[in-house]
Design a protein around this ligand. Structure first.
Ligand code: HEM
Ligand code: NAG
Ligand code: NAG
Ligand code: NAG
Ligand code: NAG
Length: 314
């Protein structure tokens, strides 16, 4: 009995130590949030692709080793880091986190984690692009491990609904979270390699994925000819690429979702219902997106430190 109490107390203490809270830096670095917002705003005004980059960076951080800033670490002589892993062509704008970190270190050295800066920057990227605002829980610690091959744990664009469900549930996220968070694809750009499977040699019967709108597919084929040597060829994720809105869900209903992982949301009755809801109501989408972002950004890592430089362990 006594032993059991010790376990319970230990567990409660442990949970408290690790609990995130939205007022975490109120006493120790009250200007951290406004600093990050200013940095994101300025970067966006110079480069419109920044918001998409920050949102995706946060997703990749949280899905590999929890939200511990592992995606921000540079490779070293002896270690290839996540950012140099297989899907690295899409990650960029790391400098925005560096600029924010530098300003914050000047104000309150050793206080604000890189993982928290990224979570806040991703929220600001969404809000400043016309999307919802939410209070970000903070108090993450930065990890010391980042391994390129672990990016294979990220869901792939050719995943079907059951593979996506499994990937999300392994991280405590539901089918509802999957549909809401996929709405992140309202921002940004994709390279041809991420959807080529759908427009070329799709299966033994079809060259093009029959679940794609034919003229949409024909246009993608034009953008992505087999022998296009332009490494950066690709398509925007939705028709309003710099605006955070619900156009993504309307396009899925028109069979113009870019990835198999987007289209497959119509193949399950629960997820299809949500796609319809979000296509019909931007308000419902925004509410669900904010809730699911809080859940995703709370996936705990095993970080222990506050990095001085987001690219290197202390
Ligand atoms: C559901 C599983 C997901 C899959 C399979 C997936 C896959 C992908 C792929 C393949 C790309 C394009 C990479 C490229 O070719 O450059 C991409 C881009 C992007 N994804 Fe996802 N993603 C998923 C979920 C998410 C989530 C949860 C978010 C954020 C909430 C997100 C945000 C983004 C953004 C913003 C971009 C554009 C990046 C840019 O323009 O720099 N994705 N995603
Ligand atoms: C981190 O790596 C990037 C390229 O992967 C490089 O451009 C940058 O200089 C490195 N940063 C530092 C501080 O070494
Ligand atoms: C991307 O990752 C591959 C390994 O999958 C690596 O060889 C390459 O150098 C990386 N590219 C960049 C720009 O980091
Ligand atoms: C999804 O893909 C996996 C792996 O290819 C396969 O085993 C499974 O049957 C597929 N599920 C559906 C619903 O298509
Ligand atoms: C290759 O891709 C680029 C970038 O999307 C595009 O502008 C160009 O037309 C493509 N090349 C060919 C030969 O179609």
């Amino acid at each position: 009995m006594a032993l059991q109490s010790v376990f319970v107390i230990t567990f409660v203490l442990f949970s408290c130590v690790n609990a995130l809270s939205s007022n975490y830096y109120d006493q120790t670095c009250p200007d951290a949030e406004s600093t990050i917002r200013q940095v994101v705003k300025k970067a966006m005004s110079n480069d419109k692709t920044v918001p998409a980059a920050l949102l995706r960076m946060h997703f990749h951080d949280c899905f590999v080793r929890g939200c511990d800033g592992s995606v921000l670490l540079n490779s070293t002589k002896n270690n290839q880091a996540e950012k140099d892993g297989p899907p690295n062509i899409s990650l960029h704008s790391f400098y925005v986190i560096d600029v924010a970190k530098k300003q914050i270190e000047n104000m309150c050295p050793g206080v604000v984690s890189c993982a928290d800066i990224l979570a806040l920057a991703a929220r600001d990227a969404v809000t400043l692009s016309g999307g919802p605002y939410w209070a970000v829980p903070k108090g993450r610690k930065d990890g010391r491990i980042s391994i390129a091959s672990e990016t294979r744990q990220l869901p792939g664009p050719n995943f079907n609904i059951s593979q996506l469900q499994q990937s999300f549930s392994q991280r405590g996220l539901s089918l509802d979270d999957l549909v809401a968070l996929s709405g992140g694809h309202t921002l940004g750009f994709s390279h041809c390699s991420s959807f080529r499977n759908r427009i070329e040699n799709f299966d033994s019967k079809n060259d093009v994925d029959p679940s794609l709108d034919a003229s949409f597919a024909a246009n993608l084929k034009k953008i992505c000819p087999v022998k296009n040597t332009t490494k950066n060829a690709g398509a925007t994720m939705d028709t309003t690429t710099f605006l955070f809105d619900n156009a993504y869900y309307k396009l899925i209903l028109q069979k113009k979702g870019l990835f198999s992982s987007d289209s497959t949301l119509l193949t399950n009755s629960r997820t299809k219902t949500l796609v319809l809801n979000f296509a019909n109501s931007q308000h419902e989408f925004f509410k669900a997106f904010a809730d699911s972002m809080i859940k995703m950004s709370s996936i705990s890592g095993s970080g222990q430190e506050i990095r001085h430089d987001c690219r290197f362990v202390n």
